[in-house]
Design a binder for this molecule. Structure first.
Ligand code: HEC
Length: 151
């Protein structure tokens, strides 16, 4: 009986511990560290298509389209057009597919002053992109994969 209670307490402690480590939870962490944690590896070629399709729904769910077109034209919106965004960031990252994905992740979590953006470009100064902490890491992986189709 005592042994059972002891192992029960041990179990609860373990559960509490793993809840505190960010690695296996869906709790977003910002910055490059959060990006590396959430996007640990490239999705396989077979995974990329279905993920990107889900990501298109995430894009709609969080109304990214109120500021961004997904074409090469701005279409009268406040933010930069996202058509070609993957090409732009792949070029910036010397073709590193993982680094480009992590850049998107970190940017969406906290765009303010993030290097590599149009932040100091007066053309987009009228609106500010909000920091999205409410998007789960699962949704983020899909959203980022969707952005990676913008080549
Ligand atoms: C209120 C307007 C607004 C909303 C809503 C918004 N953004 Fe932005 N976004 C901007 C502006 C302005 C910039 C350019 C300045 C900057 O990078 O912060 C930008 C930049 C970006 C960039 C960098 C583009 C590039 O080529 O470097 C990406 C990617 C992006 N946004 C994705 C998203 C996604 C995904 C969402 C939805 C989850 C979203 N944005 C919602 C205004 C917005």
């Amino acid at each position: 009986m005592v042994g059972r209670i002891a192992s029960l307490i041990l179990c609860m402690l373990c559960a509490a511990c793993s809840g505190n480590s960010n690695a296996n939870t869906n709790k977003p962490a910002g910055g490059d560290e959060g990006a590396a944690m959430a996007i640990a590896a490239l999705p396989t070629q077979a995974e990329q298509g279905p993920l990107a399709a889900q990501g298109s729904e995430v894009f709609k769910k969080y109304a990214c389209g109120t500021c961004h077109s997904r074409s090469l034209q701005r279409e009268g919106l406040g933010g930069p057009p996202l058509g070609g965004a993957a090409t732009r960031h792949l070029t910036r990252q010397s073709g590193d597919e993982l680094a480009a994905r992590r850049w998107f992740y970190a940017h969406i979590r906290n765009p303010k002053g993030h290097p590599g953006t149009y932040h100091n470009d007066g053309a987009y100064a009228a609106v500010k992109m909000p920091a999205y902490e409410q998007i789960s890491n699962e949704e983020m992986r899909a959203l980022v994969e969707h952005l990676m189709t913008m080549r």
